[in-house]
Design a protein around this ligand. Structure first.
Ligand code: TLP
Length: 353
């Protein structure tokens, strides 16, 4: 029996329609600007995000790195959340490659960076300090259980940024999830950001690719940075073709993943030793805490894997389940049964891991 894979929405495989589109894609040399399918995807993405232009990049990590390289010079500073993907999971790329100084500030439980923390982090004009250039946000927020940032919050961050002449970048790897959860056009969530990166290869099921969107001038510079990183791809239309199918047909169905995530959260909330607020689960990521004397997060993960359910611990007492296109209702029921079997009864008093 195939495992129920809730490790990430990155495990989704391309749909049959994507594979057909890839096989039939018209292609050219994209580094020479001659791939018609890549161009179509970039125009489509820019339109959807309400920006002048877009650039196809190989991954979310590359999109964020290119964005930071264009916004910040060496020794300049980016303000970002201490739980953000860019700070935690991108191998320190912006510091390693760009000499960019990260200035992490606390990430709120709702994924927001408090405005007063942002204000306090902006450096004064003093030769001792790095120059602050950029505020980086994440929507939806991975390590905050898929929490969504509302456009009203984005507007307030924009005001702070304008006050200090800073740019705003949004890591929108799952921005479409946020848009679907809020019932708003995705462009509204991007409106107050200068630049935004969105992933095609997570809930939208494309095999490869992200889009970095912003002004035409920004994207011209981003194209150069992408080349420098070795990200200039040639007949990339085969990738872009799947991306077009993703943007055109896979967005609305994200609501199904959100409903399944919510069901998982409600089931987990019933189990002894689990801490989770189902009402906080708005998108497709279910973070929960395990507090049991008889089982550690890593023990739960490996016992569940033995029973055919895969997910990741994410540090301390925390674990994460992610719903996506390749898990259906029956598998969600089966996942809950496995968790119930492992956690359903109250822990024995003596620890017996
Ligand atoms: N996140 C992955 C892992 O890297 C943790 C996952 O399984 O969730 N921004 C955000 C908010 C992300 O969650 C991710 C991927 C990325 C950027 C990077 O995307 P890729 O994997 O395409 O480089």
């Amino acid at each position: 029996m195939r495992a129920i894979d809730l490790r990430s929405d990155t495990v989704t495989r391309p749909t049959a329609a994507m594979r057909r589109a890839m096989a039939e894609a018209e292609v050219g040399d994209d580094v020479l600007g001659e791939d018609p399918t890549v161009r179509r995807l970039e125009v489509l993405a820019a339109e959807r995000l309400g920006k002048e232009a877009a650039l196809l990049v190989s991954s979310g990590t590359q999109g964020n790195l290119v964005a930071l390289l264009v916004h910040c010079g060496r020794g300049e500073e980016v303000i970002l959340g201490d739980e953000s993907h860019t700070f935690v999971y991108e191998a320190g790329g912006s510091a390693a490659v760009g000499g960019i100084h990260p200035h992490p500030i606390p990430t709120g439980p709702d994924g927001e960076l408090a405005l007063e923390h942002i204000q306090a982090a902006v450096r004064a004009d003093n030769l001792h300090f790095p120059r602050t250039r950029l505020i980086c946000l994440e929507n939806s927020h991975n390590r905050r259980g898929g929490a969504v940032l509302h456009p009203t919050y984005m507007r307030r961050v924009r005001e702070v940024a304008d006050q200090h002449r800073l740019a705003v970048h949004v890591d929108g790897a799952r921005l479409f999830n946020a848009a679907v959860a809020l019932g708003l056009p995705v462009a509204q969530l991007a409106e107050d950001a200068d630049t935004v990166s969105v992933c095609l290869s997570k809930g939208l099921c494309a095999p490869i690719g992200s889009l970095l969107c912003g002004s035409a001038d920004f994207v011209r510079e981003a194209r150069r940075a992408r080349k420098m990183l070795g990200g200039g791809m040639r007949q990339a239309g085969v990738i872009a073709a799947a991306g077009i199918v993703a943007l055109e047909t896979m967005v609305d169905r994200l609501a199904e993943d959100h409903a399944r995530a919510h069901r998982l959260a409600e089931g987990l909330a019933e189990m002894p030793g689990i801490r989770i607020c189902p009402e906080d689960v708005r998108t497709n990521i279910v973070n929960f805490e395990l507090h049991r004397p008889d089982m550690s997060p890593s023990a739960l993960t490996s016992r569940a894997a033995e029973l055919g359910l895969l997910f990741f611990p994410i540090g301390g007492a925390r674990l994460r389940l992610v719903t996506h296109h390749d898990v259906d209702d029956t598998q969600i029921d089966a996942a809950l049964l496995i968790l119930q079997r492992l956690l359903g009864s109250a822990p024995a008093r003596s620890s017996g891991n």
